[in-house]
Write a protein that binds this ligand. Structure first.
Ligand code: SAM
Length: 373
């Protein structure tokens, strides 16, 4: 069923929390009367239809029909599933955190969807390589999560506890990632950073996955429209003039807001690029605007931090299988082909069933572990 604007409905994505269960166990326990089907079938199903789809790009990700309510189920309350849009699973998957990375930082963590995903992926690699029962648990607190906002820090703590990820994550909240000095030896073993900063939120479909937007800039749409003529009795021509002025004011306000947001986002990427042992960064937004996406990537590569640190994009052929296979890539308009191809975009309202989203990986080859460039 298409919406009046032609867009397709949004499925109920849920990521199986492999810190507490496996997809097989979860399906047997809570969805044993459900039938596996295609995403197209799930998208056209009714909320109560017992069908699910198993994703091919993101391991451990399932989709239920649009409007399916799992929020009251014991598997949700018990932290066995995380309600997380497919696109929002891309950053941790692309970062591919492993014990050999040392510590992994989630710079903008609340409410914690990607932090819990990082913890689960990290743990999955550790259990691959851990055979002897007396091997120390290297998963303990190897993820460091920053969150600046006090209220959202509480939500983060709650989510980590519910997902049984609290012992695996060293929470620095409320704390500003920008206040962590990359030159401080405390951060010498940070090998990977997930950076998912506040953005315009223009790609969001529904707010249930906890995506967050930057507080409105002072010159927001309403504020900027203040200068427009006052409402009252108007002739047709005056009305048309007013509509034009309103549209103009909205466009100007949006431009101003995107300029402020992209400056903040660039500052965050540059800061991440200064951590001496960091080899991989993912930068993501739930925005559809190039100013917050490809433009930030390009500007950070040519910034002092990007050039001095010898950062480059994580090329498509270097990405994990699921991400390499994802066909929708960055906007090529004017950008270097390699960068566009490295960037991953998701569009809302399509047959893929995702929200609007953007992610790009940065990488660099350091001569030796812990050696500063
Ligand atoms: N990664 C989260 C998830 O998947 O659940 C969503 C993060 S949301 C898009 C951005 C978050 O970054 C907000 O909670 C915001 O308060 C936080 N933030 C913004 N600037 C920050 C900073 N300088 N240091 C730490 N956190 C920051």
């Amino acid at each position: 069923a298409h919406a009046p604007d032609g867009s397709l409905p949004h499925p109920r994505w849920m990521r199986v929390n492999t810190l507490t269960t496996t997809p097989k166990e979860l399906l047997n326990r809570a969805f044993n009367n459900y039938t596996e089907t295609t995403l197209a079938d799930v998208l056209s199903a009714k909320p109560t239809d017992c069908v699910y789809y198993r994703d091919t790009h993101v391991p451990d990700l399932l989709a239920l029909p649009p409007g399916a309510d799992v929020s009251k189920t014991s598997v949700y309350r018990g932290g066995n599933v995380i309600l997380q849009d497919k696109a929002s699973c891309f950053p941790a998957l692309l970062l591919d955190p492993r014990p050999e990375d040392g510590r992994v930082v989630d710079a903008c963590a609340a409410p914690g969807n990607k932090t819990t995903h990082l913890a689960a992926l990290y743990a999955s690699h550790t259990s691959d390589s851990t055979t002897a029962s007396d091997t120390p648990d290297t998963t303990a607190s190897r993820i460091v999560a920053f969150e600046r906002d006090a209220g959202r820090s509480k939500i983060l703590a709650k989510m980590l506890k519910t997902a049984k990820a609290d012992e695996r994550v060293d929470v620095r909240a409320p704390a500003d990632f920008l206040a962590a000095d990359p030159g401080d030896e405390e951060w010498d073993d940070v090998g990977a950073i997930l950076l998912d900063p506040s953005c315009s939120g223009s790609g969001i479909v529904g707010r249930e996955d906890g995506a967050c937007v930057f507080p409105r800039a002072p010159a927001d749409v309403k504020g900027a429209a203040k200068g427009a003529p006052k409402k009252g009795k108007m002739g047709k021509v005056a009305k048309e003039e007013r509509v034009k002025e309103d549209v103009g004011a909205e466009e100007a306000a949006l431009k101003e807001r995107l300029t402020a947001l992209s400056a903040f986002q660039l500052h965050m990427v540059e800061h991440a690029m200064r951590f001496p042992a960091c080899r991989r960064i993912t930068y993501s937004t739930c925005s559809i605007h190039g100013a917050e996406n490809e433009a930030v990537v390009i500007r950070s590569l040519i910034s002092d931090a990007g050039r001095e640190g010898r950062w480059r994009v994580l090329r498509r052929e270097e990405q994990v299988e699921g991400m390499k296979a994802w066909g929708v890539r960055g906007d090529r308009g004017g950008w270097v082909h390699e960068v566009a191809e490295a960037c991953i975009r998701c569009e809302a309202g399509t047959a893929e069933g995702t929200m609007g989203f953007f992610v790009c990986g940065f990488v660099r080859d350091l001569p030796d572990w812990n050696e500063q460039v």
